[in-house]
Design a protein around this ligand. Structure first.
Ligand SMILES: *[C@@H]1O[C@H](CO)[C@@H](O)[C@H](O)[C@H]1NC(C)=O
Ligand SMILES: *[C@@H]1O[C@H](CO)[C@@H](O)[C@H](O)[C@H]1NC(C)=O
Ligand SMILES: *[C@@H]1O[C@H](CO)[C@@H](O)[C@H](O)[C@H]1NC(C)=O
Ligand SMILES: *[C@@H]1O[C@H](CO)[C@@H](O)[C@H](O)[C@H]1NC(C)=O
Ligand SMILES: *[C@@H]1O[C@H](CO)[C@@H](O)[C@H](O)[C@H]1NC(C)=O
Length: 288
């Protein structure tokens, strides 16, 4: 992997390119439409600039020219009242100091294309609006991001840098590695079985206890997208212990029932003892 990057870096230097976009130019002048077509058929498209650093880099890469014609860049508009728009993704980025002084001046109300100055004066690296029919040199870019650049992510290139932005659950420089949860150990007096050999996200593990043991806690855990298990590891408790606990409770309940029953019987007996007295007393009164 390291060797590969070293090689890319080395080749990149020789070919005057960066890790991100590769720039290309022609030394044949063309109108803007032809220039763009040349870029599209030989490379990716006409150059797109999205910040000052890219502008500076491009200017440092282009050969200095004493006078016009300079280079076409991929920003244009169709009508006077439209905003300047970059080709490709409709971005309308324009830096604070991108235009040359007094530009865009729309000289003939038909200047809908833009050139970049690469002379040695104060305007070096600045933009100028021009008639699209004027012949100038094309400057193009070639995207380094390929459909296969990132396994499970989106490839993003900027100047000097190409990065894979990974989808959730994946990592690595090419998003090639699924996120994994830490290994789980067998519970005491039980075992576990997992849906996959590698504990990558979405895999589930099920805990089971040996005969004679009862599970305490959730039986299943799932590996989350951030590499964390969905819950704690359950434990296995001895069935005897559980049984004793149950038995103890049952015995206690039985005692309670027993006690109540005995109390009730005692009360009943007392009532029965009292009853004959009550029954006999009127008769004794009658007798007496
Ligand atoms: C750019 O804007 C035009 C006109 O609004 C639209 O037709 C086109 O699909 C847009 N392109 C992108 C890449 O968004
Ligand atoms: C347009 O594309 C450029 C180059 O790929 C990128 O840097 C920029 O962020 C994009 N802008 C928008 C608004 O999508
Ligand atoms: C560019 O040149 C081509 C071929 O000569 C021509 O058909 C086209 O109209 C020109 N476009 C502009 C905007 O001048
Ligand atoms: C490339 O860009 C990414 C994110 O934009 C950043 O994390 C990374 O450090 C950059 N790499 C280099 C070599 O500059
Ligand atoms: C993970 O599980 C979710 C929900 O069940 C599913 O939508 C997603 O496709 C799964 N991802 C992988 C990589 O298996």
């Amino acid at each position: 992997m390291k060797m590969k990057w070293m090689l890319i870096l080395l080749l990149g230097t020789l070919a005057e390119t960066t890790l991100g976009w590769k720039y290309h130019r022609s030394e044949i002048t063309m109108n803007w439409t032809q220039a763009r077509q040349w870029c599209q058929s030989n490379h990716t498209d006409m150059v797109v600039i999205q910040n000052q650093a890219e502008n500076d880099y491009l200017v440092s890469w282009l050969p200095t020219k004493k006078k016009s014609p300079y280079y076409w860049i991929g920003i244009t508009k169709n009508h006077m009242n439209e905003p300047w728009t970059w080709i490709g993704n409709n971005s309308t980025w324009i830096g604070e100091q991108s235009w040359a002084q007094n530009e865009p001046n729309n000289n003939h109300i038909t200047e809908f294309c833009v050139e970049i100055y690469v002379n040695n004066g104060i305007n070096r690296g600045k933009w100028n609006d021009e008639k699209c029919a004027t012949p100038k040199y094309p400057v193009c870019y070639e995207a380094q991001c390929k459909a296969t650049s990132c396994d499970r992510g989106r490839c993003q290139e900027i100047i000097d840098n190409i990065t894979c932005l990974c989808e959730p659950g994946f990592k690595g420089d090419r998003c090639q590695t699924a996120v994994e949860c830490p290994p789980l150990s067998q519970p005491d007096n039980g075992y576990l079985s997992c849906s996959r050999e590698k504990l990558t996200f979405n895999s589930t593990c099920r805990f089971k206890c040996y005969p004679g043991f009862l599970i305490k806690g959730s039986q299943d855990v799932t590996c989350g997208i951030t590499g964390v298990w969905s819950g704690p590891r359950p434990s296995c408790t001895s069935y005897k212990q559980a049984l004793l606990a149950v038995a103890g409770c049952a015995a206690f309940s039985a005692c309670c029932i027993c006690f109540c029953w005995m109390k009730r019987r005692k009360r009943k007996k007392l009532a029965q003892v009292r009853q004959p007295e009550e029954a006999t007393s009127p008769s004794t009164e009658a007798q007496g």
